[in-house]
Design a binder for this molecule. Sequence first.
Ligand code: ZN
Length: 89
Amino acid sequence: MVSKGVHGWAASHCPDCGALMDGAVSAFDDEPERPRAGDLGVCTLCGALVQFDRGLRLRRLTNLSGLSTEDLLGLLAMQEAVRERHRLH
Ligand SMILES: [Zn+2]
């Protein structure tokens, strides 16, 4: 599922926990290697739902109503995986 790490875009901070996010991985093999404006994500430290803005800075994702069911379920699964990982450590 997660296939490759991506670096080279301007680092940004998680809008919830402030963690420096300087890398990303795509959840799907057929996605481009670099994040694009509007791409969705999950902070790997706190599980916050985030979205890349036009400057590829991370913004808190607050409006879930515009997401497809597939995107929403994918995000929630990633969020749960992050939280489960932290429960195990
Ligand atoms: Zn965070």
